[in-house]
Write a protein that binds this ligand. Structure first.
Ligand SMILES: Nc1nc2c(ncn2[C@@H]2O[C@H](COP(=O)(O)OP(=O)(O)O)[C@@H](O)[C@H]2O)c(=O)[nH]1
Ligand SMILES: [Mg+2]
Length: 358
């Protein structure tokens, strides 16, 4: 640690109301400064307690009022203060610390100070916690923030030393591509819905996200701009993009929409090409569609019993037949490894590079 000397602190719980607020204080004088405000409940002084012990007591204010809170010395020059989450309590404690010459930082700045420019992997994972939006992503990020990956690396180091390279391969293999998956637990997968006007793209998007958001109309070419809506499939955030029909319209607004759609297509993680089952199939049309991965879906299954060869799945955006299967197929295509017993994710590309190159 380079700059333990001066006293700094940060609130590491979200700013605003919460059940408990935690402040972390680092610096040579940390225990001394805290002791000047904090009276432990028993007869012992704060510094008489062993490290990591949780000490209950009163934080005295100059006017004789106090906060009841908990202090723990987590390391020689580092203390945690846990107080009631109301903003008044936190602000009062922060004001005392500032009065004693401590500098207030945000939690990222404090991490940087403690760990330097290169944050340890578990810490990088911890910093992602506020960005997780599903139970799955929170659970996986938590496991990594608690040092799961570091434990794996320790185990790998031991196996390597013992010459068990076969086992090492077996452990590390599931981490291939794991950072791309990890990224998409935080940022949604991007799935673009494309097809001719009137194929049922907007209706299908409504079904996929479960509410009326896109504009549905019987007039071909009604959706002129790109509409987005997010949903979650088995814990994975997915953003659908409803495009303007890929058709050379005479109308300038529609043409602009078509150009935008082509850009969206090439960048998408997955393109859903929707074709009306009652329309003749045009094989050459989809050959011109830029994409990384594509699923060809036949829509309006309620109007015909035909299941043509070109369709990977048939659905009805009207009756919602096949929508659940489509959601499953989308996830299976985006994350084929999900559900494997040795399924792994990583939350940094650098960590994946490191693990793959061992
Ligand atoms: N019968 C039937 N009609 C559908 C289905 N999906 C969409 N439609 C109708 O087809 C028309 C065009 O749908 P829309 O979603 O606006 O198509 P888009 O231009 O591709 O976005 C509307 O009248 C929809 O109600 C379906 O599965 N079955
Ligand atoms: Mg539409």
């Amino acid at each position: 640690m380079s700059s333990v000397g001066s006293l700094r602190f940060a609130q590491v719980t979200p700013v605003g109301r919460s059940a408990i607020a935690t402040l972390i204080l680092v610096g040579d004088q940390a225990a001394e400064v805290v002791s000047s405000y904090f009276q432990p409940l028993g007869s012992k002084a704060l510094t008489d307690y062993p490290l990591k012990r949780i000490v209950f007591g009163k934080w005295m204010h100059p006017d004789g009022t106090y906060e009841e809170l908990v202090v723990s010395r987590v390391a020689d020059h580092q203390l945690e203060i846990h107080c009631h989450g109301g903003m008044v309590a936190v602000e009062a404690v922060a004001a005392s610390l500032v009065n004693s010459g401590a500098q207030q930082l945000n939690w990222k700045e404090l991490d940087q100070l403690q760990f330097g420019a290169e944050l340890p992997y578990w810490k990088q994972a911890e910093q992602l916690l506020p960005q997780t939006t599903t139970a799955l992503s929170t659970r996986l990020v938590m496991e990594h923030a608690q040092g799961e990956v570091e434990q794996v690396l320790q185990q790998v180091a031991k196996l390597k030393e013992a010459g068990q390279t076969q086992e090492v391969r077996q452990i590390l293999q599931p981490y291939e591509g794991a950072s791309q998956r990890g990224r998409h637990l935080i940022e949604p997968w991007n799935v673009v819905i494309a097809g001719k006007p009137n194929a049922g793209k907007s209706s299908l998007m409504n079904q996929l996200v479960g509410y009326q958001r896109a504009i549905v109309n019987q007039q071909p070419g009604t959706t002129r701009d790109v509409l987005r809506a997010q949903t979650v499939i088995h814990g994975w955030p997915v953003e659908f993009v409803d495009t303007a029909g890929l058709r050379q319209g005479e109308d300038a607004i529609e043409v602009a929409g078509v150009e935008m759609a082509k850009g969206q297509l090439s960048q998408a993680d997955l393109v859903l090409w929707i074709h009306d089952l009652t329309d003749p199939w045009e094989a050459d049309r989809i050959e011109q569609i830029p994409h990384q991965q594509m699923l060809v879906i036949g829509n309006k299954a309620d109007l015909t019993t035909e299941v043509p060869d070109w369709a990977q799945l048939v659905v009805s955006a009207q009756t919602s037949a096949g929508i659940d299967s489509l959601l499953e197929l989308i996830l299976k295509t985006l994350v084929p490894e999900f559900g494997n017993p040795d399924f792994k994710v990583l939350f940094s590309e650098a960590m994946e590079m490191k693990m793959i190159s061992i």
